[in-house]
Design a protein around this ligand. Structure first.
Ligand code: GLY
Length: 420
C-alpha cells in the first residue's frame, strides 16, 4: 500500500518549491544560465519524485516484480502516458543518464549537493560493469561513471569503468569486425548491430587512453569502420539494424527495429551516427570519420521534412508528417554533436554552431517541461519507439542528458574554452 506520509512529503516539497520559485519558467537572455537555473530547481524536484516512485515499488506484487527482472529500481527513464514516472533496473540501457545529468549539474554549479547526488545515483548501477549481455555499456557507464571520473578522478570509478570496457569487448566478433549489439531475437538475427552502438565506443577509446592497450582502440576503430561500410545508404542516412554472419562478416539483412520502415531514416538513429562519428574523429584523427559525420549532418539539415524549428519528427519518413510526434532526444543529441563538430571544420563551424544554437533556443522556448511538474523531467516531446507503441511524445531522460551536455558545450565555446 502507498505510504501516505511519503505522499504528504512529496506534496509539501512541491508546494515549497512552487513558493520559492513562483512556478515560473522564465526565459532569460542567457540561454545557458537560464536553463541551468531551471534544471537546478527541476532536478531537485525530480529527486523527490524518484524517491516517491521507489517507495511505490515496495507495494508491487510479486508477479510484477518477477516480470520486471532482477535488481532494484534505480534511475528514471520516462513518464508514462498516465503521467506516472517509470524507473528502471540497472541493466536498462537508460540507467546511466540520470546520474550523468547530476554530474553535469555538478560540473556547472560546483555545488557539493550535486556531487553527492550524482555519486549516489551513479553507484546504483555499479553491477553493470559485469553485464556482458548487451552493448549498452557505454550509454550506462560512460554517461554516469565516465563523467564522475572526469570530474572527480575517483579511482574507484576508474576501476569500474575499466572493468566495464573489458566486459564490453567480450562482445567483439573478430570475423565480422564488429561488436554485437543484441542477444535477443536469435530466430531472426545472427549478429545484429544497431547504429546506436556507435555511442558505446567512447568508453573503449577512454579505456585505451587510460591503459594504452591497443585492443580497446582497434576494436572501436574496426567497429566504426565496419559500420561505416554497411550501415549507410548513398544519401548517408543509416539503417537501424544490420545483421551479420558472425563468422564471415557477410551482411545478412539491413532493417529497422524502432523506425517506420526498413528503408526509412529513424531520427534518433541518424543522430547516433552523427555524434558517434564526430567522437570517433576526436579520438582517432581519421579523416574518414570526420567526412562521415559531416555527410550525416548534411543529410539531416538538408532534409525537406526537417521542421523549421529543427526538432525532427521521430522518423524522417513517417507517413503522417506533419501529424507525427517529434523526437526532442534526437534534437538535443544532434545539438551536442554539432558543437563538437564545429570545432573540427573551420569553414563550416559557424553554420554547425548556429544550428545547434537554434535547436537549444527552440527547445527552451517551446519544449521545456513545467517547473514543479512532469516528475522533474526537463523536456517534453521525445519518442522512444513508435512501432512498439512505447514512449510516444513523452519526457525521456536521455533527451535531458544531451540537453545539459549541449548547454555545457555551448557555454565553453562561448567562452572560447576547449571542449576536451
Ligand atoms: N538505444 C536505443 C534507442 O535509441 O532507443
Amino acid at each position: 500500500m502507498e505510504n501516505p506520509m511519503k505522499h504528504y512529503f512529496l506534496m509539501a516539497g512541491i508546494t515549497a518549491l512552487a513558493f520559492l520559485t513562483g512556478c515560473d519558467t522564465k526565459k532569460g537572455d542567457d540561454l545557458v544560465a537560464d536553463n541551468f537555473e531551471f534544471a537546478d530547481k527541476q532536478l531537485r524536484y525530480a529527486l523527490v519524485a524518484v524517491d516517491e516512485a521507489r517507495a511505490l515499488e515496495s507495494g508491487e506484487s510479486r508477479e510484477r516484480r518477477e516480470k520486471r527482472g532482477w535488481g532494484e529500481l534505480t534511475n528514471p527513464r520516462n513518464n508514462e502516458p498516465d503521467g506516472s514516472l517509470n524507473l528502471v533496473v540497472s541493466r536498462d540501457w537508460t540507467s546511466g543518464f540520470f546520474p550523468g545529468e547530476l554530474w553535469y549539474m555538478y560540473e556547472y554549479t560546483r555545488e557539493p549537493f550535486w556531487k553527492e547526488q550524482a555519486d549516489l545515483h551513479t553507484r546504483l548501477i555499479e553491477r553493470e560493469q559485469w553485464n556482458g549481455g548487451t552493448h549498452d555499456m557505454g550509454f550506462k557507464m560512460y554517461c554516469s561513471y565516465g563523467n564522475g571520473y572526469r570530474l572527480t578522478g575517483d579511482p574507484v570509478y576508474k576501476d569500474i569503468l575499466l572493468q566495464s570496457a573489458r566486459t564490453l569487448i567480450t562482445r567483439y566478433k573478430e570475423g565480422a569486425g564488429i561488436l554485437r549489439s543484441w542477444d535477443h531475437n536469435t530466430d531472426k538475427w545472427d549478429c545484429p548491430v544497431i547504429i546506436d552502438n556507435m555511442m558505446n565506443l567512447e568508453l573503449l577509446f577512454w579505456a585505451f587512453n587510460q591503459t594504452q592497450d591497443s585492443v580497446f582502440y582497434n576494436i572501436a576503430v574496426n567497429h566504426a569502420r565496419t559500420t561505416l561500410k554497411n550501415h549507410f545508404r548513398e544519401d548517408y542516412s543509416s539503417y537501424h539494424v544490420v545483421d551479420y554472419d558472425t563468422l564471415t562478416g557477410a551482411v545478412r539483412t539491413k532493417a529497422t527495429h524502432q523506425g517506420y520502415a526498413h528503408e526509412s531514416a529513424w531520427a534518433r538513429g541518424q543522430t547516433w551516427g552523427l555524434y558517434g562519428y564526430t567522437m570517433c574523429y576526436r579520438e582517432t584523427g581519421l579523416p574518414e570519420f570526420l567526412e562521415q559525420a559531416q555527410q550525416i549532418g548534411k543529410f539531416i539539415f538538408s532534409h525537406a521534412r526537417l521542421p523549421a524549428d529543427l526538432i525532427p519528427y521521430w522518423d524522417f519518413d513517417a507517413p503522417e508528417i506533419p501529424d507525427e510526434p517529434r523526437d526532442v532526444s534526437a534534437a538535443t543529441c544532434t545539438a551536442s554533436a554539432l558543437y563538437e563538430l564545429s570545432t573540427y571544420v573551420p569553414g563550416k563551424g559557424e553554420t554547425y554552431r548556429r544550428n545547434a544554437d537554434r535547436i537549444l533556443e527552440n527547445i527552451t522556448q517551446h519544449y521545456r517541461a513545467t517547473l514543479g511538474e512532469d516528475n522533474g523531467f526537463l523536456l517534453l516531446h521525445s519518442t522512444g519507439s513508435k512501432p512498439h507503441d512505447s514512449e510516444i511524445d513523452v519526457p525521456i531522460v536521455y533527451a535531458d542528458y544531451y540537453f545539459l551536455e549541449a548547454l555545457l558545450r555551448k557555454d565553453r565555446l562561448d567562452r572560447n574554452e576547449p571542449l576536451f
